[in-house]
Design a protein around this ligand. Structure first.
Ligand code: HEM
Length: 493
C-alpha cells in the first residue's frame, strides 16, 4: 500500500515537473528543465546581457528564443520582420500595460484606476509636449537653483566631489517636477526624497513579488515595502496644493485658466470627477517613475562620457554658446544643439536602460509569420541592445562616436531623421510605434538643458581620469555606476 502511494507520488511528481509546457517549442538560451531553469534564471541576473546577445547571434537571421527568469520565461524576438510584427500587433493582442503590471506590479504600486485609465499618458503626449517651449525658461531657472544647491561653486581651482548618480537624480526630480506639480513643491526636500525612494521601492518589489501568488501581494506588500506609507506621505504633501487650487477654481467660476498651467492642473481637469486624493497621488507617482528613472540614468551616463571624452567638451560648449546667444535659454536654442543631440543619442545607443524593448504580454494566442506560436499569457520583447551594437546596423559599433548621428544629419542635409527622439526598429531606446515613449520630447529638452548648464558653468573630471566608472548590469537592465563620484569646479577656460 505504502509502495503504491510512493510510486503514485513519484509518477505525479514526474508528471508535474516534466509535463509539456506551452513554450516548450521555443528554443532556450540557458537550461529549461524544471529545476535547471532556475539555475539559468540566477545566471541571467548576473549575465543577462551576454545571454541576450547569445540568443541574438543564434537567431541572427530572424527567430525567437526564450530566457528563464526567476518568475517567468521571457520570449525574445530577433530580426526586423518579427520585431515589426510584435510592434504592429494591437494592445488587445500584445499589451504594454499588462507587461508593466506583470513585471513591475503596477497593480500594487498604482492601482487599477490609474493603469486602466492612463489619462496621464495622454496628457504627456498632448499638453505636456506642447508646453515644452513655454516652460523652458522656468526649467532653466530650476537648473540654476538646483545646481547652486547640489553643486555649489566658488572661485577655487580645487576639485570638489559629489556622488554623480544621486546628484543627477535630485536635479532630474526638481526640474521635471516644475512642470508636473509646480513651484515650490518641486524643490521641497521631503518631496524629492519621497520620489526617489518610491522609485527604488517599485523596482525592489519586482524581486519581492516575483515568486508570490497574486493574492498575497497586497498583504506582503503592505508589510514588506514602504509603498503604502510613501503614498500616504505623497497625499499629505499634495493635499494643501490641491485644496488651494480647488479654492482658486471655485473663486473664478470654474475658469481653468486661473490655475497654474502644469500637469497637476491638467490632471484635475481630466480625471474622473470622483477621483480620490489617493488615486491622484498614485497617478503623479506613476508619471514620476516613468519619467525620472530613465532621465537620471541618462544624465549620469552622459556626465561620465563627457568626463572620459574631454575633447568633446569645447565643441559642445561652442554649440551651446552660439545657440543661446541667438535664442536665449529657450526650446528653440535647445533644438539647435545637433552635436549634443547626437552625443546623447550615442550615449543611449550604448546604454539603453534595458537590453530589450517593446516589452509586452500576450493577451491572446498569436502566431508569427515564421510559424512561431505564442500562447496567451506569454511575456515577450524584442532585442534592442544587440541591434544597437550590430556592425551591420551601426558601423564600428563598439566605438563611442559622439559625431555618429551628427554626420548623418549633415550627410542627408536633414537633421530630423537622425534626432534622438526619432524611433525606429534600429533605434529602440524609446520603444517604437503606438507606445513609443510619449515623454521623449520633454526628456530630450530637459537633458540638453541640464547638460548645457553644466558645461557652460563647470569643469568636470573623474576621480581616476580617463577611466569610465563600471556600469551595473542586473538581468536585462543597465545603470550607471551608483557609487562613482564626479569632480567639479568653476569653469576655468
Ligand atoms: C531618457 C528618458 C526616457 C527613456 C529612455 C524612456 C524610455 C521609454 C520606453 C522604452 C518606453 C516603452 C515603450 C514601448 O515599450 O514601446 C517608455 C514608455 C513610457 N514613457 Fe518614457 N522614457 C524616458 C523619459 C520619459 C519621460 C520624461 C516621461 C514623462 C514625462 C516618460 C513617460 C513614459 C510613459 C507614460 C510611457 C508609457 C507609454 C504608454 O503606455 O503608451 N518617459 N519610455
Amino acid at each position: 500500500m505504502c509502495l503504491l502511494t510512493s510510486s503514485a507520488f513519484k509518477d505525479t511528481l514526474i508528471w508535474v515537473l516534466w509535463k509539456p509546457r506551452p513554450l516548450d517549442a521555443i528554443p532556450t538560451v540557458g537550461a529549461s528543465g524544471p529545476l535547471t531553469s532556475y539555475v539559468s534564471a540566477i545566471r541571467f541576473m548576473f549575465h543577462g546581457r551576454d545571454m541576450i546577445q547569445q540568443g541574438y547571434r543564434r537567431f541572427y537571421d530572424g527567430g525567437v528564443f526564450k530566457i528563464p527568469m526567476i518568475d517567468r520565461y521571457m520570449v525574445v524576438v530577433v530580426g526586423r520582420k518579427l520585431s515589426e510584427e510584435l510592434r504592429a500587433a494591437p494592445e488587445g493582442v500584445f499589451s504594454l500595460t499588462q507587461a508593466l503590471v506583470d513585471m513591475l506590479h503596477f497593480d500594487f504600486a498604482f492601482g487599477k484606476k490609474v493603469y486602466l485609465n492612463p489619462v496621464h499618458t495622454h496628457l504627456i503626449k498632448t499638453k505636456m509636449t506642447k508646453a515644452i517651449a513655454a516652460f523652458t525658461p522656468d526649467l532653466y531657472n530650476e537648473c540654476i537653483q538646483g545646481f547652486e544647491k547640489y553643486m555649489p561653486l566658488d572661485d577655487s581651482k580645487e576639485w570638489k566631489a559629489v556622488p554623480c548618480l544621486p546628484t543627477c537624480s535630485r536635479l532630474s526630480v526638481i526640474i521635471i517636477n516644475r512642470i508636473l506639480v509646480g513651484d515650490p513643491l518641486c524643490r521641497d526636500p521631503e518631496y524629492i526624497k519621497l520620489i526617489l525612494q518610491f522609485i527604488v521601492d517599485v523596482f525592489k518589489s519586482r524581486m519581492l513579488f516575483a515568486l508570490l501568488p497574486r493574492s498575497l501581494k497586497p498583504i506582503v506588500g503592505r508589510f514588506a515595502t514602504n509603498i503604502p506609507s510613501q503614498v500616504h506621505l505623497g497625499m499629505r504633501l499634495l493635499k494643501p496644493i490641491l485644496d488651494e487650487r480647488t479654492k482658486i477654481l471655485e473663486g473664478s467660476d470654474g475658469e481653468w485658466s486661473a490655475l497654474p498651467d502644469d500637469m497637476l492642473s491638467w490632471l484635475m481637469a481630466s480625471v474622473p470627477r470622483d477621483e480620490t486624493l489617493e488615486t491622484m497621488t498614485r497617478r503623479l507617482l506613476a508619471v514620476n517613475v516613468a519619467a525620472i528613472h530613465s532621465i537620471r540614468h541618462t544624465f549620469s551616463h552622459s556626465i561620465f562620457y563627457l568626463a572620459v571624452n574631454q575633447e568633446l567638451i569645447p565643441p559642445i560648449r561652442k554649440e551651446v554658446e552660439e545657440a543661446i546667444a541667438e535664442d536665449g535659454w529657450t526650446k528653440t536654442a535647445m533644438s539647435k544643439l545637433y552635436l549634443l543631440d547626437s552625443f546623447l543619442k550615442e550615449v543611449l545607443r550604448f546604454n539603453k536602460d534595458r537590453a530589450w524593448s517593446l516589452n509586452r504580454k500576450a493577451l491572446k494566442d498569436f502566431t508569427f509569420s515564421d510559424g512561431t506560436f505564442i500562447p496567451k499569457g506569454t511575456s515577450i520583447a524584442a532585442c534592442a541592445t544587440p541591434v544597437h551594437m550590430d556592425g551591420s546596423v551601426y558601423p564600428d559599433p563598439a566605438k563611442f562616436d559622439a559625431y555618429r548621428f551628427y554626420r548623418l544629419m549633415e550627410r542627408d542635409n536633414d537633421a530630423s531623421r537622425h534626432l534622438l527622439v526619432k524611433t525606429s526598429l534600429e533605434y529602440l531606446t524609446f520603444g517604437h510605434g503606438s507606445h513609443a515613449c510619449p515623454g521623449r520630447f520633454f526628456a530630450a529638452n530637459q537633458l540638453k538643458l541640464m547638460l548645457s548648464y553644466l558645461l557652460l558653468n563647470y569643469d568636470i573630471e573623474l576621480e581616476t581620469p580617463g577611466v569610465m566608472p563600471e556600469r551595473v548590469w542586473f538581468e536585462e537592465s543597465v545603470l550607471p555606476n551608483p557609487r562613482a563620484n564626479i569632480l567639479y569646479r568653476k569653469r576655468q577656460a
